[in-house]
Design a protein around this ligand. Structure first.
Ligand SMILES: [Zn+2]
Length: 494
């Protein structure tokens, strides 16, 4: 029975955020498990929509012996500290050395990790892993749809397999695909890889695979991934990363180098040809408020305002209050907003109890320029311990640990508050506080695209709002210094 070492180290780095990801951040659980090492790792990820979970399940069904390394992730943020990267990389490498004879390695990576001292941190990790196992042992990694795929990653890995969806409803399935690719390689498939970079950045909110252009393009990718192609992917990249590797890529690997190059080049040509379709559509706060007033939404089919620039799933802090303040100021009714990260406010609400009135300065804790807290007297509607399981297609099976939570009310606006930040991409985050999203007329969600997986079906309309926050929605507004020459910072309409 062939032996495969299994590990994971995931981070999506917004290099424009000043808040680093520390070792402690990787240790802490959030929606996903905290750092686990050794045998406990398989148990920790089991049943969750995560690549490692899908890989383990599929590889076991193919009768491989799996050897656990470490697995961890941290919320998207600024650069991973040197300390965190070196300690976690050392765990993976040391455990790999201690494994004895191995037939293959699988790693669950993001592909857009930047460390304080290494811009292409995933490439560096793969390089170190390759150095330990040598040229003859296959190394397969799965990558997020937002990977900024580098030639170092493509060279050091035998094969890369990436998500096909945004919202990422196929993370576990991607891990299972990686297991099948590795299975083919272990049965003797020869592998060449081919990478082509695209020369314009795609804003996050234009990357959803629920709508075109990526809806149709990803179907073409899926159809083209067949023998002799082992793995084929388009990764639109994570644009808030000032590194040379930043940007979309088309990658494939397979046994027929000519066929592979032709297939990858065709997809790259299509992305170039459809550039204008990726152009950004954003609404100001004023426009969003005017749209709500015009539409007079009622409970049942809420208007969703995506507060994308403060999305903690892309490096936001989940505490900017400008959009919520504007809704309070215009006396909007039947509004449900969240999830605001403010441990002090959650703790005060717990101390006072359900039904109490409490004076709070809510939010704006991390100093986003121009942001001030929402200071008011709130009613505590509901309390929760922040422990619940994800039920939507994206956070399926995730065992949330968000610390003390509270639902606060001010006029017609209810605000879900947590003690740890987490992207508002699952209705369970509100139901934990006895709030049913569909019963509201307006939802304000700290999310860019992932919310569409669970909230899309109840939405009357979705507006992406450009409210304050560190996750700048329009890459053209970011002060890049290190992009490749010729890279356009936003898609151009022709
Ligand atoms: Zn992603």
């Amino acid at each position: 029975m062939a032996r495969i070492a299994v590990g994971g180290f995931q981070h999506e780095t917004n290099t424009f955020s000043a808040v680093p990801a520390t070792f402690t951040d990787f240790e802490a659980p959030d929606a996903w498990p905290g750092l686990t090492r050794g045998a406990a790792m398989f148990e920790a990820v089991a049943g969750i929509n995560l690549p490692a979970a899908g890989f383990v399940q599929e590889a076991r069904s193919l009768h491989y012996e799996l050897v656990p390394l470490a697995w961890c992730s941290a919320q998207p943020s600024g650069r991973v500290t040197r300390d965190a990267f070196e300690r976690i990389a050392a765990m993976l490498v040391d455990d790999l050395r201690a494994c004895g004879n191995l037939d293959a390695v699988y790693l669950d990576l993001h592909g857009a990790m930047v460390a304080e001292h290494v811009d292409d941190a995933d490439g560096e990790l793969l390089r170190r892993v390759r150095a330990v196992v040598g040229a003859g042992v296959p190394v397969v990694a799965s990558l997020d749809f937002h990977a900024n795929l580098s030639s170092e990653m493509a060279c050091c890995a035998t094969a890369l397999v990436s998500y096909r969806t945004y919202p990422h409803v196929d993370m576990a399935e991607c891990g299972a695909r990686a297991a099948r690719v590795l299975h083919d390689i272990l049965r003797g498939a020869q592998v060449a890889s081919y990478l082509e970079k695209i020369d314009y950045l795609i804003p996050l909110t234009s990357q959803s695979t629920l709508v075109d252009p990526l809806h149709s393009v990803m179907r073409e990718v899926e159809a083209a991934e067949r023998a002799p192609v082992l793995s084929l992917g388009i990764v639109p990249g994570f644009p808030a990363a000032d590194v040379a590797e930043c940007g979309p890529s088309v990658y494939g690997c397979g046994s027929d180098a000519f066929h592979l190059a032709t297939t990858v080049r065709q997809l790259a040509a299509e992305l170039r040809q459809r550039e204008g379709e990726f152009a950004l559509e954003l609404h100001t706060i004023e426009h969003a408020i005017a749209a709500i007033r015009r539409a007079a939404p009622a409970p049942g089919r809420p208007i969703i305002l995506a507060d994308t620039q403060d999305n903690p799933g892309a490096g936001g802090h989940a505490d900017t209050m400008s959009l919520i303040k504007a809704l309070v100021a215009c006396d909007a009714r039947s509004v449900l907003a969240g999830v605001i990260c403010d441990p002090g406010a959650a703790s005060r609400a717990h101390a006072e109890g359900e039904g109490a009135q409490v004076e709070l300065s809510l939010g704006a804790r991390t100093g986003t320029p121009g942001e001030t807290p929402l200071a008011a007297r709130f009613k505590v509607i509901a309390l929760g311990d922040g422990r619940f399981t994800g039920t939507g297609p994206f956070y399926r099976g995730a065992r949330f640990e968000l610390g003390p939570m509270a639902l606060l009310e001010l006029g017609g606006v209810r605000i879900a508050v947590a003690s740890r930040k987490q992207q508002a991409a699952d209705q369970a985050m509100f139901r934990h506080l006895r709030a049913e999203p569909a019963d509201h007329a307006v939802l304000v969600l700290k999310s860019s695209v992932h919310f569409r997986a669970d909230f899309g079906a109840i939405a009357g309309r979705i507006l992406v709002v450009e409210a304050p926050g560190p996750n700048i929605a329009d890459p053209a507004k970011l002060p890049f210094r290190k992009l490749r020459p010729g890279m356009r910072t936003s898609p151009q309409r022709r």
